[in-house]
Design a protein around this ligand. Structure first.
Ligand SMILES: Cc1cc2nc3c(=O)[nH]c(=O)nc-3n(C[C@H](O)[C@H](O)[C@H](O)COP(=O)(O)O)c2cc1C
Length: 363
């Protein structure tokens, strides 16, 4: 695929994500099967509730991560600038979109670099596709980290997305070894993420064994990449891709299930993402094992307007998180992580069938 085609694809993604409802339709995150227990007499003042968080050895004001979305096309600078300014103002970490386009076309470096330039102190996460690492991965990984002076690298795994995408890259053989080599050589921590189909506990464990620093589960229930690529494929006349996309529209491990699996099967910090839409979702994922909650598409519509809009949205999420903490009698994030939960229905069924041993879930 030519460079200009990658740019067109990136702009298509943003256009479709802004204009259309591209969330999962039937499958949810399954966070509705996680219930926090109301405390009618919380022994604390709301004003004392504190969301300060530690993640990968750094302190952040809240357990919220702006997930990687963009860069790699002319016009996307403004989005990364607004996201980075908001991340810096609130002291939360931020991911960038896949930097492959800028490796192939240095004219696009600025669309990523802008985040570092406007926010020299922000915890910035570089991004590259795992499938791109299969050949000469270490060199590529070092280059994308250097491009933005990144504090960490996220390697995204997206096999369904690549299948549905016209001309997607589907040569995944050797990917695990490629990730291992990058982890060994890179001076910054490596996070492995999905983009909406989830990472199983078994894969999380294998990734832990090769030294990955954190798992970002990228579960099902939020932004749906089979749907986004199905829409693109239909627009461009790739009917087979569009049909496959339709068949696999509801494919993937729901975010709550993936979070529980990664937490139960590894000792790694878990980022819970995919369909996190409010502060109560954030509270719930923390109670079932996440260290951070990641959010992508809900921030996009604000990031195209201004950093103030992004800040306002994130502040609303933090207020909702604090409300959930207050209502469960938790003054800080550590106590929220310890609080009891009730897991029900399909999520409980999943945990049982998978034989997952989670300290808070009684089978
Ligand atoms: C417009 C857009 C572009 C994205 N591009 C990337 C990308 O380049 N690399 C990546 O790892 N994830 C990418 N993602 C996926 C997100 O990081 C996230 O995993 C996914 O959208 C699920 O989160 P959500 O339901 O909160 O949107 C993108 C998401 C959006 C909305």
């Amino acid at each position: 695929m030519s460079e200009s085609n990658i740019e067109v694809r990136k702009l298509d993604h943003i256009r479709i994500c802004l204009d259309k409802d591209v969330e999962f339709k039937q499958k949810t995150t399954w966070l509705e099967f996680v219930e926090l227990i109301h405390s009618a007499a919380p022994e604390l003042n709301y004003s004392d509730v504190d969301t300060l968080t530690e993640f990968l050895g750094k302190r952040f004001s809240a357990p919220i991560l702006i997930e990687g979305m963009t860069g790699g096309a002319k016009g996307t600078e403004v989005i990364n600038r607004n996201l980075a300014m908001a991340a810096s103002e609130l002291n939360i970490p931020m991911g960038l979109g896949s930097q492959r386009a800028a490796v192939e076309n240095p004219g696009l470096v600025e669309s990523f670099r802008v985040a570092r330039d406007v926010a020299p102190d922000v915890f910035l996460i570089a991004n590259i596709g795992g499938v791109q690492l299969v050949e000469d991965g270490v060199k590529l990984a070092e280059e994308v980290v250097r491009m933005v002076d990144a504090n960490a690298l996220a390697i995204h795994l997206n096999p369904l997305h690549e299948i549905v995408q016209p001309h997607g890259t589907t040569s995944f053989k050797g990917i695990f070894d490629a990730i291992r080599k990058v982890v060994e050589k890179l001076p910054v921590p490596v996070i492995v993420k999905e983009v909406g189909c989830g990472i199983s506990g078994d894969l999380s464990r294998k990734l832990e064994d090769i030294g990955v620093a954190a798992i970002d589960v990228g579960g099902a229930g939020g932004t749906n990449w089979a749907l986004i690529e199905r829409i693109r494929a239909s627009e461009k006349g790739f009917l087979e891709n569009a049909t496959i996309g339709k068949t696999f529209l509801e494919w993937g491990i729901p975010t709550a299930a993936a979070t529980i699996e990664a937490y139960a099967l590894t000792k790694l910090p878990v980022i819970s993402s995919g369909g996190i839409r409010n502060g109560l979702d954030i509270a719930k994922v923390l109670t079932i094992g996440a260290s951070m909650a990641g959010i992508a598409r809900p921030l996009l519509q604000h990031a195209v307007v201004s950093s103030d809009r992004v800040v306002a949205t994130l502040k609303r999420l933090i207020s909702e998180l604090k409300t959930a903490m207050f209502l469960t009698g938790c003054q800080n994030i550590d106590s929220l992580k310890r609080v009891e939960v009730v897991v029900m229905g399909r999520l409980l069924e999943w945990v049982k069938q998978r034989g997952i041993q989670h300290p808070k879930i009684r089978l």
